[in-house]
Design a protein around this ligand. Sequence first.
Ligand code: KIV
Length: 268
Amino acid sequence: MSTATMITLNTLRQRKMDGKKFTCLTCYDASFAAILDQNGVDVLLVGDSLGMVVQGHDSTVPVSMDDMVYHTRMVARGRKNALVMADMPFLSYRDPATAIANAGRLMAEGGAHMVKLEGGWVMLETVEKLAALGIPVCAHLGLLPQSVHKLGGYRVQGREPDAAEAILSDALAMERAGADMVLLECVPTALAQRITQSLHIPTIGIGAGPHCDAQVLVLYDMLGITPGKRPKFSQDFLHGRTGIAEAVRAYVEAVISGQFPDSEHSFS
Ligand code: KIV
């Protein structure tokens, strides 16, 4: 049983300043929230990936605000110390007023400590307004799953020099606008490292190499229970272990020690 204390944004900022990594996993219910919390996961992300791994859709697009509030509430009930970050689903932040109302629901009804939204400079005004109202925001950059139909598939982003510069300037713009964290999905290792070094706020990576301040995986991928092919950037931590708690501890240790992700789970 963990003797950890409450994780806040200050804790995570301090970890970055101390050069110590922190950990995040997606989580969708109270039982998993308790297991992850007790085994050292710092941030529980109620990801809209629940649309795919829990609801069986082929993208995150059909997930509703009511779905997110429902799952966030369950996760918030199960955790004790971990920080709860909740995804804002597709079109729930299409303008600042809608974003404020929906972020408010995730925090007040759901019990989230922070919200995550996808997009860079186009979200500038929205992030500024949320931050001014005391709503902590994580800006999701790189591969944006809610834009999968526009992007034409799930592909590594930022490989071309112009695209890399655009993601870096999005990250800097989000920090200036008041975001408290940046999540980088499926970008080359060198770009994620450059962004991480350029920001004062922490970065969380998924398919973004080992140099981010933290790592996140989709829980069902890291337990090997996602149907179909596991993404290259993930690892089945349950394989060869006796239970979920042991798998979660192995993930936490691998991230904190810098063993995960390695080049096999990253992009160049
Ligand atoms: O919804 C989710 O699970 C995410 C991950 C890709 C980090 O945003």
